[in-house]
Each structure stands twice: as structure tokens, then as C-alpha cells.
Design a binder for this molecule. Sequence first.
Ligand code: KG4
Ligand code: ZN
Length: 355
Amino acid sequence: MMEYFQKTQQAFEKYRAEGGLLLGIESSCDETAAAVLRGGREVLSMAVHTQIPIHRLYGGVVPEIASRSHTERITAVTEEALNKAGVTLGDIAAVAVTSEPGLIGALLVGVSFAKGLALAGEKPLIGVNHIEGHIAANYLTYPDLEPPFMCLVASGGHSHIVLVKDYDEFELVGRTRDDAAGEAFDKVARALGLPYPGGPEVEKLAREGNKHAFPLHTPFNSDTSNFDFSFSGVKTAVVNLLHNARQKGEELDKADLAASFQHSVVETLTKKAVAAALERGMGTLALAGGVSANTALRNSLERACRKAGLRFCRPDMRFCTDNAAMIACQGHYRMLKGARSDLDLNPSAESFLSK
Ligand code: KG4
Ligand code: ZN
């Protein structure tokens, strides 16, 4: 182990001084992904194998099935990324891999694979926090974006308002007290009889509905004197409305319900994130995580930021949901700050930025 670390020290220093090709690997949940970047921000290729059709059969992610599918696909996905970039493994200068947070078995597949590549190819290795990766998706979209800025991270497992002080320095400013935004979308979708993952399905249905049909706002979520929020109550309100109507033999308009639920989540996230950015004197508010693919949320934040005099950043659609380019980007900045991992790198299900 000692030997690997020493052997690759020179390559690590060379990468920090000159840059080079960086291979990113992501396997924290239900996407197996690889990407090749030149330096921190130039994406040469991306490859993603999504397991959504497999997990859809069960209404959500089944951890054991996810791990097995990652194992089956990770080599082919990595080869695809290398081929698309027109490079070989020998050209890669360093390897970045998601090491936390996520499903432990799923993370293990990516981390073990990346360690194997790093050891065999004598390349420096960097473990990357998935949430930080989501934030870094904004660097890939805006070449000039630099910390500090405020970032709203809304994904399936996490909903945080994070002050990005530097590329490797974060302060949690607000968080969900219960369900993550994506998780609430997924649960409401299930109650409405829509397939997994629920976010895109609810968004589609919401387009046909009246967002003012069911007022679902709570005083806690409207209060901008603190930056925490809660989605469990809103989710339960939707479920109760459906149950009560069914008991009376009535059917509610599902599109109206979807639109009203989405409106409540979007309003909450927009108000809290903009208030947090202003309170901390930030000029920029960024959006990140799988829920950043939601057009209503993107539009609402854009409008609110314009009104508040803030610059608004959100990832290109291809960088919103899980991918390896964002992991490589964050790995790049971590390495520039002097961080690197040894072969004892272990995945962790939770992390500083996790719920
Ligand atoms: O970041 P991500 O790909 O995985 C995690 O790190 O959790 O986020 C997935 C989450 C799911 O809950 C999914 O329903 C949600 O993001 N999502 C959306 C949309 N697209 C994905 N939620 C609302 N609207 C969308 N268009
Ligand atoms: Zn994610």
C-alpha cells in the first residue's frame, strides 16, 4: 500500500502542475457512469448506463440489484467513455471515484474498480463526495463560475442549502428536516400511481394541472427567517387528499394535485435558497442535484434571482442527474487543493453533507 502511494506521488504532482486526462467513475445509486475530462472543466466524453428500467419493476431502487448491475456494467461503461474520448487507459493521468454518500454496496463496486485501475496503472486516485460532485456540475456548465456562491442541492437523497466557500470548503446553511425534495416527488408519484422515478413523471403530469387547485403551503416552509424546510407534511397532505376522496368514492384531478404539490416544493425551495444567498451576501445562487432537471424549479429560481439581483446558475440537463463528469470535475479541484486517496479508500453511506 505504502508502495503504491509513493510510486504515484510524482504522477500526482505532475497532474497538479500540468493537468491531464482525468477518468471519473460514479456508482453511488442506480446509474453506472464514467467520463473523461481534460483538466477540470473540459468534458471529452460521458457514458451512463441507467438501471431505472430494472428498478421500476419494484417501484424503487433495490440495493442488491443495483450492486450486481454496477458490477456487470462498469467495465463496459468505462471502455465506452474511453472510446468516445478517443483515448486509452494509458493516456489517463488520474482516477476520480464517488466514495460517499450512497448505497454502500453500489459505492463499493465503483471504489474497488477505481482502485484496481489506479493500482495497475500507477495513477493517483481521489475519492469524491457525490453531493460535492452535483455542485461541481455547475463548473462544467459555466466556465467562469468560481466560489464563493450559495447552492441549492436537491436530489433523491438530499436537500441542502450549501454555502460553497471554496472548491473544497462547504457550510451547511439549511436542510430538509425530513424528506429530500426528490424523495417527496418519488413518494407523491407512487401515491398518484406513477412509475419510478417520480420526479419527471410528476413534472409531466403537472403541466396539465392547475397549481392553485390545492393550497399546500405550510407556515414553516414560508418562513424565510430560517433556511430549513420540510416536505413530509406536503407529501402526507397529498396522500390524505387522495385517500379521503377515495373513501367518499370520488376521484380527484391528479394533474391538479401534481401541479399543486410541485408548486409548493418549488415555492419553498426558491424562497429559502434566495433568502439564504441574500442573507450571506452572495452574488450567485446555483442549483444542483437530480431535481435541478425540473423546469418549473429552474424557471422559478431564474425569475426570483433576476428580481433579487442574483446571478442564477444551473447545470446543463446532461449534468443534472447522476453522471461521472461532475465527479471528475470535483476530483480535479480536490487534487489541486492537495487531496488524494490511498488504496485504503473506503466508501461511506453517509457524509458531512448528507441528511
Ligand atoms: O441526483 P439524483 O440523480 O440521484 C441522487 O443523488 O439522489 O436525483 C434523483 C432524484 C429522484 O428523486 C428523481 O425523482 C428526481 O431526482 N428528479 C426530478 C426530476 N428529474 C429527476 N424531480 C423533479 N423533476 C424532475 N424533472
Ligand atoms: Zn445524485
